[in-house]
Write a protein that binds this ligand. Sequence first.
Ligand SMILES: C[S@@+](CC[C@H](N)C(=O)[O-])C[C@H]1O[C@@H](n2cnc3c(N)ncnc32)[C@H](O)[C@@H]1O
Length: 283
Amino acid sequence: MNSENQQKNKEHYDRLYKTGQVKNILHWINHLDSFLNSATTTETSWFAIYKNNFKDRIPGKKVLEMGCGDCTNAAIMAALGAEVYANDIADSSGRIIEVLNENYKFKYPIKFIPGDFIENDLKGNQFDFVVGKAFLHHLEIPLEEKFLRETARLLKKDGEARFFEPAVNLKFLDELRWHIPVGNRPSKFQKEKYREWKENDPHPERSFSSSHFERVGKKFFKEVEIHPVGTLERFSRLFKWGEKQNKFKRWALRVEQKLPSALNRSFNRSQLIIYRQPHSINN
Ligand SMILES: C[S@@+](CC[C@H](N)C(=O)[O-])C[C@H]1O[C@@H](n2cnc3c(N)ncnc32)[C@H](O)[C@@H]1O
């Protein structure tokens, strides 16, 4: 591991993930259908990653998850019958996977790949899917390129990579967002507090635009598809947490897909990025 940003991510997420979270994950994988019905209709990241029937396409398939985090998605995919390999820079993710494997009879126990994934010794051309949920945007751009190169190397020729990431396609909208305080994030108007918060934030300064993900994807894949998410869903923040908010989210995620693509491409908050047909990469 060689950058300050990677060290910051490791420390931040090692502190965040606790094996105590496994109790919730076990409850969700024991109630798979109700978890997925709710998550994929109300939470943008689940909505996007599971879009177009992903759930039914993975049983028996070999899936690699990059930046698996608290391992909820790795566990859900494994409970659906996929053979899951998972990596995260945080060692605490590996401890969660150990406890999950001890407490649930997955068809294929989840395999954790610890440490710097770029140093992995997995053989190429073996995965049906590579997924990353809110992962790529944590990488500085040169490292992101290495991860995408690895994705192309590891995927089978007819394999598919799916990444859910934030989207910033209109600069002014993004600036506006940083000036509105949310949770523990102060407004950019509060200069000193904002600077302190930014120092501890594990996100590097970099592009999150859809055209960036298209450009970098084209280096390693013949086919790149961007699905904008959140043009209407972003307004769910105006509601208090609860059923009214969820009802709005369900409506917004359904209806916004019918909006003109130019509108979605400008006002979306997030995006599903799909890469297919990897260029051949030698080790
Ligand atoms: C926002 S979290 C998302 C976690 C999870 N995928 C989810 O949807 O909840 C980003 C994750 O990327 C991981 N990460 C950041 N840099 C990494 C790197 N260089 N290699 C592997 N994982 C990394 C972090 O440790 C963190 O778990």
